[in-house]
Design a protein around this ligand. Structure first.
Ligand code: GNR
Ligand code: NI
Length: 177
């Protein structure tokens, strides 16, 4: 298994709309395992394929606590088939926007249809952190980030800060020498 580099804001890759997975095969399983290893290393509780640069509609989640056995879950071509009426607010973060957290309101419950890593069609009625995390990850599949759900003022501040960080990390060649 391989830990892959994470794609970080403002990389335009994060705005791509990911393509449906066409076959659930060994190569896809390898990508799922690499995503899980990358997520555990970060550490995070979820990861979408686009965050490691693969524009495929697949995400991984593990909500187990540190003192529990690992509980990796793979969701392929997930679709929300029902949203509950009630909303919930959760302080979200994103591995592609390191060290920034903000409250996001989303439906408290969602029913999600997906393929598991064996290609079997499944459905889950999600609530609590699973509902929040699934919606956060499924947003990534459509190029949507959690900062798109906060005020434009806050979003613009975050994007500006990460643009500056990226500039400082990677000086333009014309400044070299
Ligand atoms: O690790 C993560 N934690 C988290 C916390 C609250 C709401 C969503 C998340 S997902 C995030 C990992 C990530 O960026 N997934 O795309
Ligand atoms: Ni994220």
């Amino acid at each position: 298994m391989t830990i892959k580099p994470l794609v970080i804001l403002p990389d335009p890759v994060l705005r791509q709309v990911s393509k449906p997975v066409e076959r659930v095969d060994g190569a896809l399983g390898k990508l799922a395992d690499d995503m899980l290893e990358t997520m555990y290393d970060a550490p995070g509780i979820g990861l979408a394929a686009i965050q490691v640069g693969e524009p495929l509609r697949m995400l991984v989640i593990d909500l187990s606590r540190e003192d529990e056995p690992a509980a990796p879950q793979v969701f392929i071509n997930p679709e929300i088939v029902e949203k509950g009426a009630a909303a919930s607010v959760y302080e979200e973060g994103c591995l592609s926007i390191p060290d920034y957290y903000a409250e996001v309101e989303r439906p408290a419950t969602v029913r999600v249809r997906y393929l598991d890593r064996d290609g079997k069609l499944r459905e889950v009625a999600a609530e609590g952190l699973l509902a929040t995390c699934l919606q956060h990850e499924m947003d990534h599949l459509d190029g949507v980030l959690f900062i798109d759900h906060i005020s434009k003022l806050k979003r613009d501040m975050v994007v500006k800060k990460f643009k500056k960080l990226a500039r400082d990390r990677q000086p333009p060649r014309r400044m070299v020498g």
